[in-house]
Design a binder for this molecule. Structure first.
Ligand code: HEM
Ligand SMILES: [Cu+2]
Length: 538
């Protein structure tokens, strides 16, 4: 009979102050869970409002200026306040130290500081939101961002500050992986989730400072007008794009690598099969991290860059597909002849494989110069990045959240409702974004408030899809919150998985382990070891 342990990290210390001053990586993960999910909700509400306005070709309830401010806020909030911190700061913080057999991350106080920096950055974004928001798009391109009268500085300052939270989280993970692995936890005995977080951390630390200086220059340009992006003063507005994408393309891998890291864990734990080609999957995370730094120019094929530069960036872009392809191939090979248990985390894993493949393959289309010149700034682009960021990262994040939820709270959620909500999100998502590939290839431009009648059926279907998806998200919020109060005790290991976090109680004790664990076997030796599942159906 599963029981919730008497004391654990959630009740070891009492009172709100014990949370606001905690240096426990698990509690910091939970602090991020609530703050980041709040901004996912805000970003999602903007998305629904945008979709509602796009239900008809003519103006419905918001004017063009408001529409511009809304997609800018939607994009900026979803990118800087949700998807970049989501997996590393919530699940990475909670799981990574336990997976390598450590009591905590290397710099616990810096870890708490990272969360406070996140909150301060978020407050600047909220300030921009309440003062009307910016209307530049989330990319803040000059020269418009230096001239428009909307609230650019506060949101740009918010993104600048949030960068430090991301850098410190990455720094913490790099030192933790190098220094705090328990005895026997050699690099090739580490769970692939840790490899993925490590590769992400390298990009967080190396690329984010470039965004920092870019945003500072933009603020100086708005305040003083030194002319660095102004051709009339010897500057160049396209220089901003180079700086911005030199960060933002690696940043898309700060977004997707953590999702991939989760999928490697879920695919083995819910098929009880050793991963196919462990080392290839581990190295492909580092390969992706490296390749992500040499392709930023593929966002600027129509910026007037030289044909030679465009050809080189196009050529290099195809290379990124190789390590990603290795991962997808090895995941599918792992499932081959395995005993798949159709749990909610596994349904999210299968959804990821389908949706991320569409997102990734359309990325290759866009890497081809002639194709991109035709599709740039159309809804094909909007569909592509939502398939990668929502179909990829958000779906993987939801899979990870359901996988580690019993460990975080010690209680099971309703698996039946979990599967229904996953289905609603999957169907709603494809309704919302697949139509956008079609209308984008027929020329529907992005960031347009009004459109010609020919696109009406596509936009209407897309909007209905966003309502189906929203229903799935609200159902999920309901049964997850319900499980916190009424969920059955989950036991140590509801999924019968082999990594360290499943060898301790749910929720874990304050300091994770009574004794330092000795790692004797690989993380996925399901061919040698059988771990008994403690799963109870709700
Ligand atoms: C969950 C459901 C979502 C829906 C229904 C949705 C819908 C939309 C819509 C309607 C636009 C504006 C399109 C245009 O006028 O060009 C948009 C833009 C965008 N979305 Fe989403 N979105 C969703 C989730 C996300 C997520 C999770 C992210 C990122 C993590 C994201 C990032 C963006 C970005 C970056 C833009 C571009 C904004 C710009 O043009 O500056 N979206 N989305
Ligand atoms: Cu890119």
């Amino acid at each position: 009979m599963n029981k919730i342990p008497e004391t654990h990290y959630l009740n070891a210390k009492k009172g709100i102050w014990s949370w606001l001053t905690t240096v426990d990586h698990k509690r910091i993960g939970i602090l991020y869970l609530f703050s980041v999910m709040f901004f996912f909700f805000v970003g999602g509400m903007f998305a629904l409002m945008l979709r509602l306005e796009l239900l008809t070709p003519t103006e419905m309830y918001i004017d063009s200026d408001t529409y511009n401010q809304m997609f800018t806020l939607h994009g900026a909030i979803m990118i800087f306040l949700f998807i970049i911190p989501a997996i590393p700061a919530i699940l990475g913080n909670f799981v990574l130290p336990i997976m390598i057999g450590a009591k905590d991350v290397a710099f616990p106080r810096l870890n708490l500081l990272s969360w406070y920096i996140y909150i301060v950055g978020a407050l600047f974004a909220v300030f921009s939101l309440v003062s009307g928001g910016a209307d530049t798009g989330w990319t803040f391109y000059t020269p418009y961002s230096t001239t428009t009268s909307t609230a650019v500085i506060s949101i740009v300052l918010g993104a600048f500050i949030l960068g430090f939270s991301s850098i410190f989280t990455g720094l913490n993970f790099i030192v933790t992986v190098h220094k705090l692995r328990s005895p026997g936890m050699t690099w090739f005995k580490m769970p692939l989730f840790v490899w993925g977080m490590y590769a992400t951390a390298l990009i967080q630390v190396l690329a984010t400072p470039v965004l920092g200086i870019t945003l500072v220059l933009l603020i100086i340009e708005r305040l003083i007008g030194i002319g660095i992006f102004d051709p009339a003063m010897g500057g160049d507005p396209v220089l901003f794009q180079h700086f911005f994408w030199f960060y933002s393309h690696p940043a898309v891998y700060i977004m997707i690598l953590p999702g991939m890291a989760i999928i490697s864990e879920l695919i083995t734990a819910h098929s009880h099969k050793k991963i196919f080609g462990y080392k290839a999957v581990a190295y492909s995370s580092l390969g992706i991290a490296f390749a992500s730094f040499i392709v930023w120019g593929h966002h600027m094929f129509t910026s007037g860059q030289s044909e030679l530069a465009a050809m080189i960036f196009s050529f290099l872009t195809f290379f990124v597909a190789i390590p990603s392809g290795v991962k997808v191939f090895n995941w599918v090979a792992t499932l081959y002849k395995s005993s798949i248990s159709f749990s909610t985390p596994m349904l999210y894993t299968l959804s990821f494989l389908f949706l991320f493949s569409i997102g990734g393959l359309t990325g290759i289309f866009l890497g081809a110069l002639p194709v991109d010149i035709h599709l740039h700034d159309t809804y094909f682009i909007v569909a592509h990045f939502h398939y990668v960021m929502v179909g990829g990262t958000v779906i993987a994040f939801l899979g990870g959240l359901h996988h580690w939820w019993p460990k975080m709270w010690g209680r099971m959620y309703n698996e039946t409702l979990g599967k229904i909500s996953c289905l609603l999100i999957f169907v709603g998502f494809n309704m919302t974004f697949f139509t956008q590939f079609i209308m984008g290839s027929q020329g529907m431009p992005r960031r347009y408030h009004l459109y010609v009648d020919a696109y009406r059926p596509f936009h209407a279907f897309s909007t209905y899809g966003s309502w189906v998806m929203a229903a799935g998200f609200f159902l999920m919020a309901y049964y997850l919150i319900h499980s916190l109060f009424k969920g059955k005790p989950a036991g140590n290991n509801p999924w019968g998985a082999l990594t360290h976090e499943w060898s301790i109680t749910s929720p874990p004790p304050e300091h994770n382990f009574e004794e330092i664990p000795i790692t004797e076997h690989g993380p996925y030796d399901y061919d040698k070891i059988v771990a008994k599942s403690t799963l109870v159906e709700n």
